[in-house]
Design a protein around this ligand. Structure first.
Ligand code: AP5
Ligand code: MG
Ligand code: ZN
Length: 216
């Protein structure tokens, strides 16, 4: 199964990708997480990405497409994958279409997780995450069991640098300008499925499973 998750920042892509990955045993390929890892390790790519990520702008396409092309050829992607946060503009979508064609692969679904601006802003400002294992929490909606410590690995939780309100506003604008046109792109290919992201995490996941299992 090969899936794309699209939707505004804070719609819940990462939270749902984790659940899909566990239930259907396919890896979550998150470009955002790959950039954050490289930034943490201060690799040359991470240092370059940081200039864009911290402002809420897209990392240049040559870096991003190359990264994904390599990742999708790894062994664990053989039986499918979830693309969380890629593609994010039409150049990336065209590049992915070309790559898939050259590998003789097709996509099963593009899941569009929708959410209002007000909702995503409150979700992002309340988000905390674990830098070690990537687990995602929310101060009000999904608090950790122990104050500011990860339930899985007890690491200190952190707030993402790009979750400051002014950066969130720019990320939303970038989404509307550059990423939203992809909805039409995939609708025309008959791949787009709309998911109401304004429900609880569990309810959103039920809707997604119904689509993946052909019940909706
Ligand atoms: P990326 O990491 O992809 O960020 P994003 O798209 O802005 O999305 P988020 O991760 O912020 O939100 P999400 O939808 O995953 O929501 P989450 O599940 O965490 O990208 C970061 C940056 O990297 C970009 O700005 C760019 O610079 C760069 N980048 C990445 N990909 C790129 C690309 N292809 N090209 C160029 N640059 C790229 O949930 C959010 C919060 O809400 C959490 O606290 C969660 O607990 C809570 N929550 C989730 N769902 C619900 C629910 N249903 N009910 C209540 N609370 C919920
Ligand atoms: Mg995410
Ligand atoms: Zn953790």
């Amino acid at each position: 199964m090969r899936l794309i998750l699209v939707g505004p920042p804070g719609a819940g892509k990462g939270s749902q990708a984790k659940l899909i990955s566990e239930k259907y045993h396919i890896p979550n390929v998150s470009t955002g997480a790959m950039f954050r890892k490289a930034m943490g390790e201060q690799t040359p790519m991470g240092q370059k990405a940081k200039l864009y990520v911290d402002r809420g702008d897209l990392v240049p396409d040559d870096v991003t497409v190359g990264l994904v092309a390599e990742r999708l050829q790894e062994e664990d992607c053989k039986n499918g994958y979830i693309l969380d946060g890629f593609p994010r503009n039409t150049f990336q979508a065209d590049s992915l279409t070309e790559l898939l064609k050259s590998w003789n692969q097709g996509l099963d679904h593009v899941l569009n997780i929708s959410s209002s601006d007000e909702m995503v802003i409150s979700r992002l400002t309340g988000r905390r995450s674990c830098p070690r294992c990537g687990a995602i929490y929310h101060l009000a909606n999904k608090p950790p069991q122990r104050d500011m410590l990860c339930d899985n690995c007890s690491n200190d939780l952190v707030q993402r640098n790009d979750d400051r309100e002014e950066t969130v506003v720019n990320r939303l604008q970038v989404y509307k300008k550059q990423t939203e046109p992809l909805l039409k792109y995939y609708r025309e290919q008959g791949l787009l499925r709309n998911i109401n992201g304004e429900q609880s995490i569990a309810e959103v996941f039920v809707d997604i499973c119904q689509v993946l299992e052909g019940k909706r």
